[in-house]
Ligand binder design. Structure first.
Ligand SMILES: NC(=O)c1ccc[n+]([C@@H]2O[C@H](COP(=O)([O-])OP(=O)(O)OC[C@H]3O[C@@H](n4cnc5c(N)ncnc54)[C@H](O)[C@@H]3O)[C@@H](O)[C@H]2O)c1
Length: 339
């Protein structure tokens, strides 16, 4: 019996990875602190442990008990834009937490460590982003992801730990936390439409992203442990075609049968255009085609209409208030609500 650990398995991408691992016949243990995920998203058949990857004692005990063959590490606080303002939390959660898992994976001779990095590692480089480019991350979230990538490479060279690194981008689909106001523009739009609110866009909406449907990302991630050619490699993964955020708003509104009602907010510091080249992943994972935006949004909209709108959780422990974008300051939100 193959035993796999999926960290972040109660989250969006993680819950899909758990589903595919179960389908591949793995025994699956999920470690998730539910800071961003939901217990009911963990597919039936997986063992759920509520806890943090930053809890060294717990992580050590789990590796001791289950003797994992594979580790899929998806747990992270993934609000990239917010990471500037929660730097200490970001590095502790996303970097030090990852190192706890890498240490144990080395000690227990895990066969492969699968890590979801991000195209955030590239920074505002040339387009399209290709795996050979030297990463230049420009925010703490991207810096932490790249540091974990480098650490995996070092652990491979020193101890022979095999890894597969994925750099997904702008993933959307069923089980996404549509109540998170800090990230996931598609979920934010859907949540706003269902509450009768205007869709909010930072800047003029001409920034572009290639939005990737969940199956195009979660299936290769799950299957990567079976593909030896993928070992000790880095892969961009996701959809090829970029859309402006204005175009996206039109597609989402159409799927809800409403006229797009957009409120433009002050631009925040972010990369204007981001899309990556996926030829390497297409070749190794034999991807024939990816799901079209209209179709993927249709599937997600059908799910979102069933689960309904959710209220956004405030991130309480902001470390730096300077330059914090409009709407992200918990103190100001509070003042507006009471005053
Ligand atoms: N969604 C995207 O577009 C995207 C793009 C690039 C990379 N990624 C990466 O993919 C992974 C999954 O992202 P997602 O979109 O599913 O986000 P998500 O927030 O839905 O899932 C992350 C999960 O990790 C859990 N978690 C967070 N900190 C934890 C901790 N310290 N210990 C245990 N569990 C913890 C959360 O509760 C949540 O269930 C993340 O590593 C993210 O950085 C996502």
């Amino acid at each position: 019996m193959i035993t796999s650990l999926v960290t972040g398995g109660a989250g969006f991408i993680g819950s899909h990875v758990v589903k595919h691992c179960l389908q591949m016949g793995h025994q699956v243990v999920v470690l998730d602190d539910l800071s961003g995920g939901f217990r009911d998203y963990v597919p039936e058949g997986a063992t759920f442990i509520k806890g943090s990857v930053t809890d060294e004692t717990l992580v050590t005990a789990l590796f001791e008990q289950y003797k994992f063959d594979y580790v899929y590490h998806l747990a992270a606080y993934a609000a990239e834009g917010l990471s500037h303002f929660i730097r200490r939390f970001n590095y502790n959660n996303n970097l030090v937490g990852s190192i706890n898992l890498i240490n144990e994976s080395v000690k227990h001779k895990v066969k492969c460590f699968v890590f979801t990095s991000s195209i955030a590692v590239y920074g505002p480089g040339q387009l399209p982003m290709t795996e050979e480019m030297v990463p230049q991350p420009e925010d703490p979230y991207g810096v932490a992801k790249y540091a974990v990538e480098l650490d995996l490479k070092a652990a491979h060279e020193m101890f022979g730990l095999n890894y597969v690194i994925f750099r997904p981008h702008n993933v959307y689909g069923e089980n996404q936390n549509i109540g998170d106001k800090y990230r996931n523009v598609i979920g934010i739009f859907m949540n706003q439409i269902m509450q009768g609110l205007p869709m909010t866009i930072f800047g003029d909406g001409t920034q572009t992203r290639a939005f990737s449907y969940i199956d195009d990302v979660a299936i290769p991630i799950s299957q990567s442990v079976n593909i030896e050619e993928a070992y000790n490699q880095v892969f961009n993964i996701g959809a090829d075609k970029p859309y402006t955020v204005n175009e996206l708003a039109q597609v989402v509104a159409r799927q809800f049968g409403v006229e797009p009602n957009i409120k433009y907010l002050q631009a925040r510091k972010e990369v204007m255009h981001a899309y990556s080249d996926h030829s390497k992943a297409h070749q190794v994972f034999k991807v024939a085609h990816t799901v079209k935006l209209n179709e993927g949004i249709g599937r997600m909209a059908a799910w979102a209409k069933k689960v309904g709108a959710r209220k956004s959780k405030e991130f309480e422990n902001i470390e730096i208030y300077q330059n914090l974008p409009e709407g992200w300051n918990p103190n100001k939100v509070h003042k507006v609500l009471i005053g």
